[in-house]
Design a protein around this ligand. Structure first.
Ligand code: GLU
Ligand code: ZN
Length: 279
């Protein structure tokens, strides 16, 4: 068994991150497996070296040790570009120059029942038939979108988390109607969360992906990309989200619940485990 924790160095780790890291770590250790660390720093406008340093410090303080070298996604752009080339050559991608506003206008007023995919409103397809746009895999003038009508197949994965245990099936029709032509390479990045996470989970040999329930809806995208790129599909475990004292989910940024704030206030790693229901 090999699990991973894959934080983005865009702010302090909070209690939700501590939970995600401990779940992945403890699952691997209980099986005599390996626990890997990956820094998801593809968004250069938001990633900071000091937040990456803070990740190592917080994990070490929590008593978590990771195996092997840390992978940083900013060093993996050639692997992402190679995957984009492959999808492009299979005629599964197209460039898109739409802004958020163009998309909102094309969709008109949000209507009852209009599909909201894992990345927001399902793309209306404006650029799909513009054959004259050049291929720009690296940061450039256009996004690269997946042509879902061509790419979609019915897929299945195994989920072991508490909310949806069992086989999860996504039909070809669900992909087209509920997910649509998602961006696989953002114009400012040359990649995307979905593409990078799939390529790196495969290259790190992750057998069990553990992560928050908030990413459950994105997982079918990852299963489809694995199939299109000839990569293995791991087992998935989407865990519960940590809530604040009012029952509200912790946001991606919740500095008040930063692990460091608890540490500075004299808490022990055991107190953290207790606070998130793990001790
Ligand atoms: N980097 C993502 C985050 O910080 C997690 C990615 C994943 O676990 O798949 O939310
Ligand atoms: Zn477009």
């Amino acid at each position: 068994m090999r699990t991973r924790f894959a934080p983005s160095p865009t702010g302090p780790l909070h209690l939700g991150h501590a939970y995600a890291a401990i779940v992945a770590h403890d699952m691997a250790r209980a099986e005599g497996g390996e626990f890997l660390l990956r820094i998801e720093d593809i968004d250069e406008s938001r990633a900071r070296p000091e937040w990456e340093e803070a990740i190592y410090e917080d994990l070490t303080w929590l008593g978590l040790t990771w195996d092997g070298p840390v992978v940083r996604q900013s060093g993996r752009m050639p692997a992402y570009a190679a995957a984009l080339d492959r999808l492009w050559n299979a005629d599964l991608l197209y460039p898109c120059t739409c802004t958020r506003r163009d998309i909102a206008e094309a969709l008109g007023a949000p209507q009852e029942g209009s599909a909201l995919g894992p990345d927001g409103p399902v793309y209306p397809g404006t650029c799909r038939s513009k054959a004259d746009m050049p291929y720009e895999p690296h940061p450039g003038p256009a996004h690269l979108r997946l042509n879902m009508a061509r790419a979609a197949h019915t897929t299945e994965f195994t989920e072991t988390g508490p909310a949806h245990p069992g086989k999860v099936t996504t039909t070809r029709e669900d992909y087209i109607a509920q997910i649509g032509d998602i961006v696989l390479a953002r114009r400012d990045m040359g990649t995307s969360y979905h593409l990078s996470v799939v390529i790196d989970d495969a290259s790190q040999g992750i057998t069990h992906v553990t992560r928050g329930e908030d990413l459950f809806e994105a997982t079918p995208i990852h299963i489809l990309l694995q199939r299109l790129l000839g990569l293995p599909t791991p087992t998935y475990h989407h865990h519960r989200l940590i809530r604040d004292d009012h029952g509200k989910r912790l946001a991606k940024r919740d500095d008040a619940r930063a692990i460091k704030s608890y540490r500075d206030a004299g808490a022990t790693p055991r107190d953290i485990r207790r606070r998130i229901g793990l001790a």
